[in-house]
Design a protein around this ligand. Structure first.
Ligand code: ADP
Ligand code: MG
Length: 310
């Protein structure tokens, strides 16, 4: 098999929803990743952080409720904390799995900042609910301070933040250097820490970048051959969960664009993956994206399953 440079984007099921689940999930996740390393591929791993960043923000919110002297913790700092904590579990699970298979390769996590454009239209129209649920009264206190809050599907009130598109990755040279030295890198966790350029300073943005888009940017910047998005379905479908449901093995860029227009992919779950996959596949000749189940990564890269977008 031809050796490839691969970005593996891990979805929620690769990490679980709490500390205990994550500890168990990363072992299975590590096996799927080391399967690819064992075949000689170069891998960079990115991941989501929805439940983890929610947990961290909740913890910080309740801390400052009781002990306000600590001061408010910005969302960008919560994302940084989630990268550290997830990276810690993931890199140790990888280390252990590599050693079990007698593969000597260092693994490290790069705290990754992703530049966003402060003129991105997403800042005018925040859409992404984050953090803990609040009562109407608690929400009003925040709204009076100018914080954007919505009622989230009958479950209570939540803050909403902007989800701007990634523009560039600050630590990209570090990631390339580690990769060129044959090391395994975990980067761009949770879509990266969103930052805005202010002269020599990088200012954390009140935003959450979609991990699928950040992974596509990362894959383009390291000149990867393949972007693998590992999620909770083996293939992408049209007419998903409806009469006429059809699972796709190959998806051309043109068909993907047509299906997106026809509304086959749910916004907030499959749509960003298809958009990110198309963006990557279009970005240069011979680049392709693969969407499949975590456990099927090895079979997918061998062309035996999953949906290939090219
Ligand atoms: P992740 O945590 O991996 O980002 P998401 O839940 O955001 O996972 O997205 C994956 C989910 O998208 C699948 O589990 C599936 O339920 C849903 N989905 C929506 N539309 C489709 C579709 N057309 N084909 C396959 N899955 C779809
Ligand atoms: Mg998702």
């Amino acid at each position: 098999m031809v050796k490839k440079r691969i970005v593996i984007a891990l979805g929620g099921n690769a990490l679980g929803k709490n500390l205990h689940e994550q500890m168990l999930a990363v072992r299975e996740t590590a096996k799927a990743i080391v399967d690819l390393v064992e075949e000689g591929h170069e891998v960079v791993i990115s991941h989501g952080n929805g439940p983890q960043v929610g947990m961290i923000q909740k913890a910080m919110d309740s801390l400052i409720k009781n002990e306000p002297q600590y001061g408010k913790v910005p969302l960008s700092v919560c994302v940084a904390m989630s990268q550290g904590y997830i990276g810690y579990d993931l890199q140790n699970a990888l280390r252990e799995t590599l050693l079990e298979r007698s593969i000597v390769k260092p693994v490290s996590t790069v705290i990754t900042q992703v530049i966003v454009d402060e003129k991105d239209k997403a800042f005018e129209n925040p859409t992404k609910p984050i953090g803990s649920f609040m009562t109407k009264e608690e929400a009003q206190v925040l709204m009076d301070k100018g914080v954007k809050v919505i009622e989230d599907a009958g479950r209570g009130y939540r803050r909403i933040v902007a989800s701007p598109k990634p523009v560039d990755i600050v630590e990209i040279d570090t990631i390339r250097t580690l990769l060129d030295a044959g090391q395994i890198v975990i980067a761009g966790g949770g879509g990266g820490i969103p930052v805005m350029v202010r002269g020599n300073r990088l200012k954390g943005a009140k935003a959450v970048i979609d991990k699928d888009f950040a992974s596509s940017t990362l894959a383009q910047l390291i000149d990867a051959d393949c972007l693998i998005i590992l999620t909770a379905v083996e293939k992408v479908a049209i007419h998903f969960r409806k009469p006429g449901e059809r699972w796709l093995s190959d998806l051309s860029i043109n068909d993907a664009k047509a299906y997106m227009k026809e509304g086959h992919f749910a916004p907030g779950s499959m749509l960003p993956k298809i958009e990110a996959a198309v963006e990557f596949a279009e970005s240069a000749k011979d680049r392709f994206a693969l969407i499949t189940l975590l456990e099927k990564a090895k079979e997918g890269i061998a062309g035996k399953t999953g949906t290939v977008i090219k």
